[in-house]
Design a protein around this ligand. Structure first.
Ligand code: BEZ
Length: 313
């Protein structure tokens, strides 16, 4: 049995006709029929009901078809990934959820490009669910997302838990709060959530924070992007729970207040293919630590009291 048998059988099963399958495979019909006959002889079972028009699969044929499709997908995936691995010295493709652009990602990307200019760094916007598919298909090499998706083919590492804050229209009664606000304070108002699709998404993370407290926001309005949600907050249309790093957006129209609940955090998760330990991925991971260390040192410096007046410079 060889690889062609699988390809040919899948074509016949999908086209339900030897003529159309032969056209699709760019071969003539007699060798196609011979190959399928050979396959059935090797298995020792009929896979097709040849008398039916259009052709029908036997029970064994349906089972074999499902397995053959999976096998062909795996073969294609293996070829794409192998090509990608051979290219790692030249190209590293990162998928990121938009909110990570307001965190450490730009700094990490700059540092990577400075340290490894010979690798072309490509950044593509992708939601967490899309990143998972793109990683497995070899279209990206790294994903920075916010969802804990379980996939045995993917290595997942939580880099940090980012605090969430409540974005409030500047004129809103909650805007003047001087202490952290509970999520309960947001319940009577319209809550803007994003992204609308694909689900699950960060939107579900936010909703489940409310559900953990046994409440539902009075009204929920779904939008596709954080920028749109914050634009609607600025327009006075509702409130939104966003990662703390988004606080630099729309500062003159939107007020950000910390949340009281310790559970009001969202992870920043790095995903890679399970056994992909390429040099560029190892380097990227070490640069993330370097950026985190630099940020911690800068924060310490910014928080430390100024030297007493008259102290020597
Ligand atoms: C961060 O903000 O911590 C971060 C964002 C993207 C990639 C890695 C880290």
């Amino acid at each position: 049995m060889d690889f062609r048998h699988f390809k040919y059988f899948v074509a016949v099963a999908e086209e339900r006709s030897f003529t159309r399958a032969a056209e699709r495979l760019h071969i003539s019909q007699p060798p196609l029929s011979r190959q399928i006959q050979q396959l059935e002889d090797e298995i020792g079972m009929k896979l097709l009901e040849r008398d039916a028009r259009p052709l029908r699969l036997t029970e064994a044929g349906r089972f074999f078809y499902a397995r053959a499709v999976r096998l062909l997908e795996q073969v294609n995936e293996t070829v794409t990934m192998t090509r990608r691995i051979a290219q790692v010295e030249r190209r590293l493709v990162i998928g990121f959820v938009p909110s990570t652009m307001y965190g450490a990602l730009p700094r990490i990307a700059r540092l990577f490009r400075a340290v490894k200019p010979q690798t072309e760094l490509v950044l593509v916007e992708k939601l967490s669910v899309e990143q998972n598919e793109a990683l497995n298909a070899g279209r990206i090499d790294v994903g920075f997302g916010r969802l804990r998706l379980d996939d045995p083919r993917v290595k997942r590492e939580v880099l940090r838990e980012e605090p969430l804050v409540l974005a409030i229209p500047a004129e809103h009664p909650l805007a003047g709060a001087t202490t952290p606000l509970s999520l309960l304070a947001a319940v009577p108002y319209t809550l803007l959530i994003y992204p609308r699709s694909p689900r699950p998404s960060y939107a579900d993370q936010v909703l489940s924070l409310f559900r953990d407290k046994g409440v539902e926001p009075m009204t929920v309005h779904e939008v596709q992007e954080m920028q749109t949600a914050l634009g609607l907050v600025a327009s006075g249309m509702g409130l939104c729970v966003v990662p703390a790093s988004a606080q630099r957006l729309r500062r003159d129209e939107v007020v950000y207040r910390p949340l009281l609940e310790p559970s009001a955090v969202s992870p920043i998760i790095m995903c890679t293919r399970l056994n992909d330990q390429s040099e560029d991925i190892v380097l990227l991971r070490s640069l993330i630590d370097e950026v985190y260390r630099a940020q911690a040192a800068e924060k310490l410096l910014a928080d430390s009291p100024p030297p007493p007046a008259g102290a020597e410079a």
